[in-house]
Design a protein around this ligand. Structure first.
Ligand code: FAD
Ligand code: UDP
Length: 400
């Protein structure tokens, strides 16, 4: 099989499966996708807990949201979406506040009844120390967005738990993704489209694979297979075009040094209660809670509540599944989850990017995805990147 494939893809995550689907269905290629894990979908995979049948996102909560029309049209070919709208709360000083920071958060924090323009004026005064400068790091960005007191309450300690890198050294883009609103709108995302795959993530990704059954090409999946443990697969270098979606520094055997990652401990627990926290995600803004947030998965699918076929989601089921998320520094052997975006890491990644360009020319190997591009991508960014890269590589003859 390996020798007969026209394209080898390492990694059955979103990037790998999107390229596989396009190459099989548009170009009629026979694609082999391997993954070292025992399932498809990469970090976006979810499974149904066997005691409760509650859908648990194995690698941390995954919410799909996008404003990219091309991506939305593409993903809708393979799944329907629920109309779930994500809400997050945060606990600070034993009090619960709504996120992202909005007029409700501001008025609760200052025990006030500010109008939108009064709140804007207040935040402007509280951000005076960074007035007129273009933020160059996360701390300046945070203070300029919400002023110092709110930054110190809701961002500073959460960020230090999450990144264990001083806010002064982190890239401002990390929190630019969080909107700040002078209304009471506490929808976490501000995208045109949002929802969760109606039948779960695995079904969505399986539909992408199965779509090739109709066409000229094919997609074969081989799980529990680590590229680096297979001399046979590695011998295809330079012979069969290969896409690698694992960590780029691992591919080059860390020759330029290790790219730093954040990893996570996701500690799952079945709690004997109907409802643990009343919302899908509760962040913990203070240092006394060692975890950054707790996910309660039954709240991600309100449309399943009260349905006979979903007893785990009923109001008096007596059990619920929660996951506490702890951030930790990545070391070899851990899952690399978050690239750490600092000036030093960008410089190091640039060196790997150079090696990657040479690898394409010499060995027909290309790189992509969150691990391959060392980018803090959401799922929609990964679909967009894969669809763009597919066009680019199609045009330059890579798949020929
Ligand atoms: P991955 O999903 O990492 O897939 C890469 C695959 O390659 C993996 O399955 C891996 O096992 C495999 N692989 C690696 N090395 C090898 C090897 N040597 N041999 C064989 N296989 C290999 N995005 C959102 O849009 N919304 C969210 O709410 C959201 N929440 C997130 C929460 C967490 C905790 C994390 C970590 C990410 C979150 N994301 C979210 C981002 C999302 O997970 C990614 O953007 C997306 O899943 C990345 O897809 P990918 O294909 O690039 O990589
Ligand atoms: N953040 C924070 N407090 C919060 C939520 C987020 O300080 O309560 C900051 C933190 O630096 C985090 C970043 O905003 O890493 C992005 O948060 P988001 O929830 O979007 O991240 P993800 O779900 O990818 O971990």
């Amino acid at each position: 099989m390996e020798n007969k494939c026209d394209l080898l893809i390492v990694g059955a995550g979103i990037f790998g499966l999107t390229i596989a689907e396009r190459a099989a269905n548009e170009l009629g290629k026979n694609v082999l996708v391997i993954d070292k894990r025992n399932h498809i979908g990469g970090n976006a995979y979810s499974e149904f807990d066997k005691d409760t049948n509650i859908e648990v996102h194995k690698y941390g909560a995954h919410l799909f949201h996008t404003s990219n029309q091309t991506v939305w049209d593409y993903v809708n070919k393979f799944t329907k979406f629920t109309d779930y709208v994500h809400k997050v709360y945060t606990t600070h000083n034993n009090e619960v506040f709504p996120l992202p920071i909005n007029l409700g958060t501001i008025n609760q924090f200052f025990h006030a009844a500010y109008t939108p323009s009064e709140a804007r004026d207040l935040i402007k005064q509280q951000a005076a120390e960074v007035a007129g400068i273009e933020p160059t790091n996360l701390k300046e960005q945070g203070i300029s967005l919400i002023g110092k007191p709110l930054f110190e309450a809701f961002i500073m300690n959460y960020t230090s738990k999450q990144w264990q890198t001083p806010a002064e050294e982190l890239d401002p883009s990390i929190i630019k993704r969080l909107p700040v609103r002078y209304t009471y709108n506490n929808n976490y995302f501000a995208n045109t489209y949002e929802g969760l795959p109606l039948d779960g993530y695995e079904k969505w990704f399986q539909n992408m694979i199965d779509s090739a059954k109709e066409g000229k090409g094919s997609i074969s999946i081989k799980l529990d297979t680590d590229y680096f443990d297979s001399p046979e697969l590695q011998s295809l270098k330079g012979v069969v075009p290969t896409l690698f979606t694992g960590a780029i520094d691992r591919y080059f055997d860390y020759s330029e040094g290790e790219l730093p990652w954040r990893s996570l401990d996701l500690v799952r627990e079945i709690v004997d209660t109907d409802d643990f926290q009343g919302c899908p995600v509760m962040n913990y803004a203070d240092l006394d809670a060692k975890w950054t947030r707790i996910h309660e998965f039954k709240h991600f699918h309100p449309e399943r509540w009260g349905k006979d076929e979903w007893p785990g989601y009923s109001e008096n089921f007596g059990k619920t599944v929660i996951v506490r998320e702890y951030s930790k520094t990545w070391k070899q052997g851990d899952e690399p989850y978050y690239p750490v975006n600092t000036p030093e890491t960008r410089e190091l990644f640039a060196k790997y990017k150079k090696l990657a360009e040479a690898e394409k020319n010499e060995n027909k190997v290309i790189f992509g995805g969150r691990l391959g591009e060392y980018a803090y991508y959401d799922m929609d960014n990964v679909f967009a990147s894969a669809l763009n890269k597919f066009e680019e590589y199609k045009t330059d003859g890579f798949f020929a």
